[in-house]
Design a protein around this ligand. Sequence first.
Ligand SMILES: NC(=O)c1ccc[n+]([C@@H]2O[C@H](COP(=O)([O-])OP(=O)(O)OC[C@H]3O[C@@H](n4cnc5c(N)ncnc54)[C@H](OP(=O)(O)O)[C@@H]3O)[C@@H](O)[C@H]2O)c1
Length: 415
Amino acid sequence: MNPTEITEEQIKMKVFPFSLKDSVKDWLYYLPPEPEKARQTLLLQSARSILNQSAAMAEEAEVVKNKQVVLKNYATGFVKDSDFIIKTDSTMSLKVPESSSKGVLVKNFYLSCDPYLSFLMQKSDSSLEAQFSRFSLGSTINGFGVAKVVDSRHPKFEKGDLVWGITGWEEYSLIAEPDSLFKIEHTDVPLSHYTGLLGMSGLTAYGGLFEVCNPKKGEKVFVSAASGSVGLLVGQFAKLTGCHVIGSAGSRENVHMVLYCRVDLLKNKFGFDDAFNYKEEQDLDAALKRYFPEGIDIHFENVGGKMLDAVLLNMRMHGRIAVCGLMSQYHQEKPEGLYNVASILIKRLRMEGFGVFDYLHLYPKFLDLVLPQIREKKITYVEDIAEGLENGPAAHVGLFSGRNVGKQVVLVARE
Ligand SMILES: NC(=O)c1ccc[n+]([C@@H]2O[C@H](COP(=O)([O-])OP(=O)(O)OC[C@H]3O[C@@H](n4cnc5c(N)ncnc54)[C@H](OP(=O)(O)O)[C@@H]3O)[C@@H](O)[C@H]2O)c1
């Protein structure tokens, strides 16, 4: 509370913040008898001085340097390292200011590199995109991460709690509205997993596959961008359900070795039934016909564009398509069109977009499914950890050239 906001009326009614009320009671006891008006004036002065003192004490809270990743240029085309700047001259008081009624101050440990961040770095005024809250120039990048609570004024969180959710790309973050922060209850798994497997990617894979597509044993499932954080999990969840799963993955055309490792990785480690390199296929329709001679029941779309168009031709009757992301389109000035829309009509397809925020309420149910699978090593998960906040921009840029193997994480600080 700002001391100057205390009114004469509040003094008269003795309506104070709790701690101040106690002090005021003491003064009332010690104050010499005076006419009522003088007594009120004295009280008002005392109240203001006490609040000024506590404001000064708050200022004395430990202040630390706070390295930050800030947006330097709006992204055009593919996002570049030079669109970010590392700011090293900021500081942060390690106390939540009294003005923040439910703020939480956290020390960040891990940050998640997610394709949607590039989208938020673009400047756009189209009506569709206006629904998203973009980063402004000079603002700190925000995204999913794992952190520890350093100070809290929120009833749900206390100092020392480990949390995951939206935080800043910086060493310390003051989260004014921590409603989408989750307390981490299970620490027998690596903390970094809460940036992906046990965080946004896992819940996205779970919501998109089980809620949108409702898979059944024996169904044929195709996952694009299958080597990514979401795709790897969709494939494994579908396999656990008894589906036949094929993934597509790629790499830069001229890095064949990495590319074959990738495809091998999908086939061997994660138990996909098969996988192909979309960049080696001249004709995506023909490739899908080769892998799905009887057609696709479920398609989990992470890529969009030509891949989605080819998938439409290969869906079976009453097939389901979960539109999770459009990796191939985010950097395009003019998105690619779809030509095979008639398949949706003819084959009675259901194509449904979704956002992970639609399924936040399912998080406990998701944990019930996934934690035992992780403990029994029935789900494997690969993380690509870039060490140091200053390496965050390059790690993020790498998502669009397929530089990462598995979930791209940035390590800001060790616990
Ligand atoms: N709806 C939601 O709430 C939600 C939540 C999370 C993610 N998503 C979306 O889901 C998709 C996957 O996310 P993720 O977290 O798994 O991403 P990720 O871990 O960064 O993996 C994405 C992968 O996409 C592939 N890729 C990159 N550019 C491509 C292109 N032009 N065409 C085809 N593939 C390309 C790369 O693998 P290769 O090199 O192997 O091709 C890359 O590793 C993204 O579109 C993302 O925006 C949506």
